[in-house]
Design a protein around this ligand. Structure first.
Ligand code: SF4
Length: 371
């Protein structure tokens, strides 16, 4: 599974903060799916040591995650391996249960909805199109099944419904694809079929977990452009999970950066990428390949991500942070607003920033209520 920061789109040096109208425009898109204070702890299996049962270790995979996905907008969730971004996607897809926190779909708590109803509206596209499609079934089978399960087409309507789905993901003519098995398609075509299968249920939310990282660089942009069309023309709310901050800047409207299971920065994607306020985001940006950069960069931070079984006290980034202060080792930083709609969880902004709750964040202005 490639986790190195292979960039699809070069980082830009153009610096620009969002205008107030852009921020307000973002907020005019209605919220479809919301996560409030999501926590996921995995309990490792108990082990015996010299005949005694050892206490089970707890993996703090995601903590205090607040996100909003809005109709017709893409929210990116960015971080390195182990940052908790895929855990959040799986929580939102109802593939794992949260330890605590709440998921709200269309204003209704998800726990009060049946799993079929929830899955009809929230669909996931996985990283690996090779394993997400069944190798012994045709393209037609993969698309007809969700159409049947969710009562989206009768038997006589099925061929047309399948052809329409293929056309929506720019695979045509349908006759060229319906009978094919997954191994007879290219990686990009397989991912398009996987997206068509997700669309078959008629969802309002797509959760795309690293949807381009297993594909050749040459076809990544085509998949991102397809997702952008689905956002713009069909008003889908899309979560784009990625380790590639440059592609998030290009594709997403808003961006939330995670580190060691916690959100560390959130805001409009251009503001987060071009005016990053958290040292970890700055590190991610410096690590992204940039064809305009002649010399390799000095990252200014050492070591790797911390253990999620025993995460560092205070700011989890402090063991690697070149700007760490005493306070960082003791106290968890709240979010401080650094610009309209843009907030960072870092004590460096305690002097000039206003501590905010990021509950209504991902796309909009942080709530100015004290954290
Ligand atoms: Fe670095 Fe402290 Fe900010 Fe954490 S809170 S990122 S350790 S300066």
């Amino acid at each position: 599974m490639p986790e190195e920061p292979i960039s699809t789109v070069p980082a830009t040096s153009e610096r620009r903060e969002p205008t107030a109208s852009e921020v307000d425009g973002a907020r005019s898109h209605p919220v479809v799916l919301e996560a409030r204070g999501l926590v996921k702890h995995y309990r490792q299996r108990q082990a015996r040591q010299r005949g005694h049962r050892r206490a089970a270790a707890v993996v703090h995979a995601a903590e205090d995650v607040d996100l909003e996905l809005r109709a017709g907008r893409v929210a990116a969730l960015v971080g390195e391996s182990g940052s908790g971004k895929s855990t959040v996607a799986r929580l939102l897809a109802h593939l794992v249960r949260p330890t605590s926190g709440e998921i709200i779909l269309d204003g209704r708590p998800a726990v009060r909805m049946g799993s079929r109803e929830y899955r009809r509206m929230v669909q996931m596209v996985f990283q690996d199109p090779f394993s997400s499609l069944n190798p012994v079934h045709s393209v037609a089978y993969h698309l007809e099944r969700p159409l049947k399960i969710h009562h989206r087409a009768t038997k006589s309507e099925m061929p047309d419904a399948v052809a329409r789905l293929l056309a929506r993901v720019q695979l045509g003519p349908a006759s060229q694809y319906v009978g094919k098995l997954p191994h007879e398609l290219s990686g990009g075509q397989r991912q398009r079929v996987a997206i068509a299968r997700a669309l078959a249920a008629g969802p309002r939310v797509l959760l795309a977990d690293e949807p381009i990282s297993m594909l050749d660089v040459s076809i990544r942009l085509g998949i991102l452009n397809l997702l952008a069309e689905l956002r713009d023309e069909e008003g889908l709310a899309i979560l784009y999970v990625t380790h590639d901050i440059a592609s998030a800047r290009y594709f997403a409207d808003t961006m939330t950066v995670m580190y060691a299971g916690r959100m560390v920065e959130t805001g409009p994607s251009r503001a987060v990428a071009d005016e990053s306020a958290h040292p970890y985001t700055q590190l991610l940006l410096r690590a992204a390949p940039d064809p305009d950069r002649a010399q390799p960069v000095h990252l200014g931070a050492t070591g790797g991500p911390p253990s999620l079984v025993h995460p560092p006290a205070g700011c989890r980034f402090h063991p690697r942070c070149p700007a760490a202060m005493d306070r960082c080792r003791r106290e968890v930083p709240p979010f401080f607003q650094v610009a309209p709609g843009h907030a960072a969880a870092c004590w460096l902004h305690a002097a000039e920033g206003v501590a905010v709750s990021v509950s209504p964040t991902a796309t909009g202005r942080p709530d100015p209520s004290p954290a």
